[in-house]
Design a protein around this ligand. Structure first.
Ligand code: PNS
Length: 165
């Protein structure tokens, strides 16, 4: 490996929608690597509140302050996406020990598929309870999630839930 090579990492996820916890991990990955690709999983298996394009738009706005971060959607295997984009590492946030079992299994599966390391970054304590699913649930029942997502996400979340109610 040459010193001059760009060290590119992926921050993968569903981001339905992006939360402040995701942005914390992406921002910290941006300090560790030359370039970060936020990889939005667009496989059709799960029902989502936001379409792939909407999730990508919200993320693109959220990562605007970071000049070495880009956002892209991917279908199929994450490792195939990483290999096509010369991505050497996958960065994942760990909120609690309970995240570790599944994340370790995925990291080991991914490294068996391709020579790509997974780097675990501990979630900042203020975001350790944060998950997109909980944000959606709390917002659905009228709870205040304004400290948990960026303002532009709050606006779209509020509008989408109003459409659905
Ligand atoms: O935010 P999520 O839902 O935890 O993100 C999960 C995601 C998209 C990162 C994961 O499901 C994934 O990598 N999917 C792509 C399909 C794949 O590569 N599966 C094998 C994983 S070992």
């Amino acid at each position: 490996m040459r010193w001059s090579e760009v060290r590119r990492a992926a921050c993968p996820g569903s981001f339905d929608p992006v939360t402040n916890g995701h942005i914390d991990i992406i921002g910290r990955a941006a300090l560790l690597f030359d370039e970060v690709v936020v990889a939005v999983g667009v496989n059709k298996s799960k029902s989502r509140l936001f379409s792939a394009d909407e999730r990508i738009e919200m993320l693109t706005e959220a990562v605007r302050p970071y000049d070495n971060v880009v956002v892209d959607g991917f279908q199929g295997l994450l490792t195939d996406f990483c290999q096509k984009r010369d991505i050497v590492a996958i960065v994942k946030g760990l909120r609690a020990v309970s995240d570790f079992d599944y994340e370790l299994q995925m990291a080991q599966m991914n490294s068996s598929l391709a020579p790509i390391e997974t780097v675990f970054v501990p979630t900042s304590p203020e975001y350790s309870f944060l998950a997109s699913s909980l944000v959606k649930e709390v917002a659905t029942f009228g709870g205040d999630v304004s400290k948990l997502v960026p303002p532009h996400v709050l606006e779209r979340l509020t509008a989408r839930l109003a459409e659905r109610s």
